[in-house]
Ligand binder design. Structure first.
Ligand code: NAP
Length: 478
């Protein structure tokens, strides 16, 4: 079973002990002595209720200990003598002064860190580390691309216990699916770039029970920092009792995505900006809506390659259909000319509405309108329409007070904002105040997640679970 290790840091011993004792959802605690001004090893260990890894990372390895090396190694030696379960020692340190670990005593985690990238000689370093037969080899490198995770994995073949971590947004999969990288534990907390809270590692990502055979899904695009998709899909997999995990695959490069996803046997992908069109071109087949819009939002993989679907169109229409809105001949105005606007315009044109598109970059709005049978109009706007759709990110967290247009410039009977965080945007709030019917982006988001889940699992999606997970995730962000 993969364990969860929570890293705790503090500037005082009192702070370190109270952070240690506040850990609830981890199996192990990493006590970071570096950065503590009044270090007391015995005090750090006394009264612990969980096994610990004692670490005192020097500045030259990315830590905060800037004292002499002798003093630092004395702290680690003391932790070993006092029976700390693990002590993390840097491969680059001169370790000759440390006690030799004997059976049953402290186990050594021999570690190497590179905060700049993946060293070219990583595999050689790992071999040299393993030759010393530490209890655990730990390798932490900075991932600049998803493919760096593959290099990391290749450098750590199966023999011996290890922890493989790719730091940074592109390396998330190594922390969230540690079994896929052969890691005996994964670190949570907020001490290093890309770390996830331990409650999410244990809960949302179920790292203790996933294995190398777990099916992997993910959301691809950039940036993904505030994506609700992992919360929604992992909640659905858990409810359905399916051995699958869903992780962020952060990249803006379709070649990087395809290389990593194929090597890691990723079974399905939610595609978001800026990859929707590039991914459509990499599919061996796409559905009719993907062909019409030139964009996919969902990939699933079979033996012959990637198959693309576009659920954005149906998901956008779902809330209108539920309310009996959006009839042929009605006037619609769509704000924005990006990927989401393409799906919205295609959906409304397919329903026979008279669709106008306004973009801040007029050429983009013009070509989108021409391609999909709509009319481009100039921005700033003065209009009287049946349906106004905001397909720009204006009003989304964190700038939640912004609105894409002045509410007095457009009169609309129905206002539909694709923004889902906040659940009710300022645009919708004002429209509601003016008597319009309003629709927020969350319903669309949840509906497309349900369609993806059903495609990937072959079972009806638990819509209530997905909706609740999205709302909880969004409220935890505000
Ligand atoms: P995108 O491809 O980047 O397109 C964004 C569009 O908004 C572009 O046309 C851009 O103008 C325009 N825009 C950006 N900032 C603007 C500003 N300050 N003023 C006026 N226009 C501005 O993004 P997207 O994928 O279409 O997504 C757009 C929004 O829809 C995002 O908030 C996204 O989260 C949301 N969305 C929601 C769902 C859902 O399920 N609810 C699904 C998809 C998307 P330029 O053309 O000049 O760059």
């Amino acid at each position: 079973m993969t364990q969860v290790c929570e890293t705790v840091t503090a500037t005082t011993m009192a702070g370190l002990r109270s952070a240690r004792d506040a850990v609830v959802s981890a199996d192990l605690v990493e006590l970071r002595l570096d950065g503590v001004t009044d270090v007391d090893v015995a005090g750090a260990l006394e009264g612990r209720t969980r096994p610990v890894i004692v670490t005192c990372r020097p500045v030259w390895e990315g830590g905060r200990f800037d004292g002499g090396e002798e003093a630092r190694l004395r702290l680690l030696a003391e932790a070993m003598r006092l029976g700390a379960e693990f002590v993390d020692v840097e491969f680059r340190a001169d370790r000759r002064s440390l006690p030799q670990p004997t059976g049953g005593a402290t186990r050594v985690v021999l570690s190497v860190h590179d905060f700049q990238g993946v060293p070219g000689d990583l595999a050689d370093r790992v071999r040299a580390m393993r030759a010393e037969q530490p209890a655990v080899v730990k390798v932490a490198v900075m991932a600049r691309r998803l493919s760096d995770c593959l290099t990391l994995r290749a450098a750590l073949p199966g023999e011996g216990a290890h922890v493989a971590i790719a730091m940074g947004a592109a390396g998330q999969i190594t922390r969230l699916w540690p079994a896929g990288f052969g890691s005996c534990w994964t670190y949570g907390g907020a001490a290093a770039p890309g770390q996830t809270p331990t409650r999410d590692l244990a809960g949302r990502y179920r790292v203790r029970t996933t294995t190398a055979a777990t099916r992997v899904y993910g959301v691809a695009g950039s940036p993904l920092g505030h994506s609700a998709s992992p919360a929604m899909h992992n909640a659905a997999f858990a409810r359905l009792g399916i051995d699958a995990v869903y992780v962020p695959l952060e990249t803006a490069d379709v070649d990087d995505l395809v290389a990593a996803a194929e090597a890691l046997s990723v079974a399905g992908i939610s595609v978001t900006a800026p990859l929707k069109q590039a991914c459509a071109k990499r599919c061996v087949s796409v559905d009719a809506l993907s062909a019409q819009t030139g964009a996919v939002n969902t990939l699933h993989r079979s033996t012959d390659g990637w198959h693309g679907r576009n659920f954005d169109v149906a998901a956008f229409l779902h809330p209108l259909d539920r309310r009996g809105l959006g009839w042929p001949g009605e006037r619609a105005l769509v704000l924005g000319a990006g990927g989401a606007a393409r799906a919205v315009v295609a959906a409304l044109v397919s329903r026979g509405l008279s669709v106008h598109v306004a973009g801040r970059t007029p050429g983009r709005a013009q070509s989108l309108a021409e391609a999909l049978g709509a009319t481009a109009v100039a921005w700033p706007l003065h209009a009287d329409v049946d349906l106004l759709v905001n397909a720009t990110p204006v009003g989304a967290w964190p700038d939640t007070r912004a609105t894409p247009i002045d509410s007095s410039s457009v009169r609309a009977r129905v206002v539909y904002d694709l923004v889902y965080n906040p659940v009710e945007s300022t645009l919708l709030n004002r429209a509601r105040g003016g008597g319009a019917a309003v629709i927020g982006g969350l319903e669309m988001l949840v509906n497309q997640a349900c369609q993806q889940c059903a495609l990937w699992t072959g079972r009806p999606a638990p819509a209530d679970v997905i909706d609740r997970a999205a709302r909880e995730f969004l409220s935890s962000m505000s």
